[in-house]
Design a binder for this molecule. Structure first.
Ligand SMILES: *Cc1c(COP(=O)(O)O)cnc(C)c1O
Length: 383
């Protein structure tokens, strides 16, 4: 076996199973749209739920940040890459969400890797919802701890795992809003089950933060819970990228010793931290944006209820339409694209077999006529 043969075989097998992934060039455009090969599409596949990624105040904040700090942080935060802008953002996040500390990460993916790697030891147990994000499962696959995935959103299933005695410590992990289904985790029940000193509860609220709760504080605010570890990411409602882990003072100090994704990686640019702080202000004051998004969700669901497809129970900006077979999902996505609506078909293994779907996402940047155009294209596509 040569490297060439190994790589060729992997690509050929992907090609044969119609699962070869390719990227397409999409340039963002105002109003929840994108431009592909010179054509403007209404974008129903992004995660820019509040439409902040193109907000003029944030573009200005980034420009000012770059003028003040330059474009790169120049080093890991442990060396000389931790600026006043980083510190101000961490403090603002901690205060907003009611935690001692916030630690910035370059991405949510990196944060999940870092937390699992830094905390979990042999003998420990990681209990994660079946539908947890790839970044968590990837981290778990490298961990010496035992991973057990429990039935989606099932407090009974988590309770059954917790009831069995373990030799080490336990981390229970869930998302606040599930990325492929848009449904909410039963966080109050999970919090009730994880009170003991041997168990930490971690909530990854990538899709809830900014969108749900008072001042956009997310799923945990809605459920009235404060998990031991709360991950918020900035690539979705915040409109930028990066992530922060909210935690206690000793936990933050521990992770600063042990999280290699922090220690050996260049900190996010200070200009980005400054822009994120401006985004946080917009999010806290963003009730009008959240209300517009809620109206779009209601409008879409009322219209989509007439379709011969399974509309999921989701009340969030993620509105999956379950089609079933891969081919049918791909064909419908292609028809929508011809009608100017950019929609992605999500296929197994990202979702369970036989549940290929259109993962539609709505944004406050959309207008009513975007939602109507999507619905019309769906009606025609299902004829
Ligand atoms: C998007 C996402 C991540 C990864 O965050 P990035 O900042 O994009 O790396 C982690 N968890 C969940 C649930 C996500 O949806």
């Amino acid at each position: 076996m040569t490297w060439q043969a190994r790589i060729d075989a992997a690509l050929a097998s992907r090609e044969a199973s119609h699962s070869l992934r390719r990227r397409v060039v999409c340039d963002p455009a105002p109003g929840g749209a994108l431009v592909h090969q010179g054509i403007r599409y209404r974008n129903f596949s992004g995660n820019d739920y509040l439409g902040l990624s193109q907000h003029p105040a944030l573009v200005a904040a980034w420009r000012q940040g770059a003028e003040k700090y330059g474009v790169g942080s120049g080093a890991s935060g442990h060396v000389s890459g931790y600026s006043g802008a980083h510190q101000a953002l961490e403090n603002a996040l901690a205060q907003w969400l009611g935690y001692d500390r916030a630690l910035l990460f370059i991405s949510g993916f990196a944060a999940n890797q870092a937390v699992v790697a830094a905390l979990m030891q042999p003998q420990d147990r990681l209990f994660a919802d079946r539908l947890s994000h790839a970044s968590l499962l990837e981290a778990a696959s490298h961990s010496p701890a035992t991973l057990r995935r429990f039935a989606h959103n099932s407090p009974q299933a988590l309770a059954a795992l917790l009831d069995k005695p373990g030799a080490g410590l336990t981390l229970a992990f869930t998302e606040g809003v599930f990325s492929m289904d848009g449904d909410l985790a039963p966080l109050a029940e999970f919090a009730g089950l994880t009170q003991d000193a041997q168990t930490l509860l971690m909530v990854d609220d990538a899709h809830g933060i900014g969108v749900l709760g008072r001042e956009g504080r997310g799923s945990c605010d809605v459920a009235g819970v404060k998990p031991d570890l709360l991950l918020v990411t900035f690539g979705k409602a915040f409109g930028l990228s990066g992530a922060a882990l909210l935690c206690s003072e000793p936990m933050a100090d521990y992770l600063l010793q042990t999280a290699r994704h922090l220690i050996y990686s260049t900190a996010m640019p200070a200009a980005q931290a400054q822009t994120l702080n401006a985004a946080l202000t917009l999010i806290r004051e963003g009730d009008d944006r959240r209300a517009r998004l809620a109206r779009h969700i209601a409008r879409f669901r009322a219209g989509a209820a007439q379709l011969p497809l399974t509309l999921a129970g989701s009340q969030t900006a993620i509105q999956p339409l379950i089609v079933g077979e891969n081919g049918a999902a791909l064909a419908l996505a292609a028809q929508l694209r011809e009608r100017g609506c950019w929609v992605t078909a999500i296929r197994p293994p990202t979702v369970p077999a036989g549940t290929a779907r259109l993962r539609l996402t709505l944004s406050a940047a959309h207008q009513d006529d975007d939602i109507d155009a999507l619905l019309e294209a769906l009606y025609d596509g299902c004829r």
